[in-house]
Design a binder for this molecule. Sequence first.
Ligand code: SAM
Length: 212
Amino acid sequence: MRLRHKPWAEERLNNFPQYVVQQPESRKGKWHEVFGNNHPLYIEVGTGKGRFITEMAKAHPDVNFIGIELYKSVIVSALDRLIEADLPNLRLLNVDAVNLRDYFEKAEVSRVYLNFSDPWPKVRHAKRRLTYKTFLSIYEDILPEKGEIHFKTDNQGLFESSLMSISEYGMLLSYVSLDLHNSDFKGNIMTEYEEKFSQKGNRIYRLEAQFR
Ligand code: SAM
């Protein structure tokens, strides 16, 4: 993603602590208090400008959602969407997914979504892919037994390496589509990247995988 420097982004994020949770370490084990209910919690890692997570939160009011994004200049667009939609079941976190264990207890998260994650095509950068084994281990530590990750991308190389990484980790693949938009999958919610790349004619790959 090309990042545009937005020097005002930090102040804007700080101005909306009701949406962009500050000091998330202090919420570990207590996210039900943030949302005021015990609904399941689904997170999207690398939420970008937030279209997917906002539309998911609108469509599923009985689920709590958190969008996680590393860059302030990007998550600030997700904040704009959230301010406009004013959803009680959605929060944003401006953190690095590598530290997710600091913010969530085991089984506190019920599902992890990964959408159009950065492909890092060079072999020497494989460890940065969000489906690399070290990230799978992080997700396993915050999900319950048999917890699921749902992943989609238009990048064939990333999809193939993710299939390998997921099966080598010993996870169960419960759904695989090599052409999501021409499949019978119901209820797909498009991300910003999904719209852009499918309009260019790219195929969309999707999988669901379960820890054992
Ligand atoms: N999911 C969105 C979509 O489909 O439109 C955005 C896709 S974009 C290619 C990937 C996003 O993941 C970027 O915004 C990037 O900053 C974010 N990201 C990458 N690594 C991350 C990490 N370790 N922690 C949090 N966000 C990360």
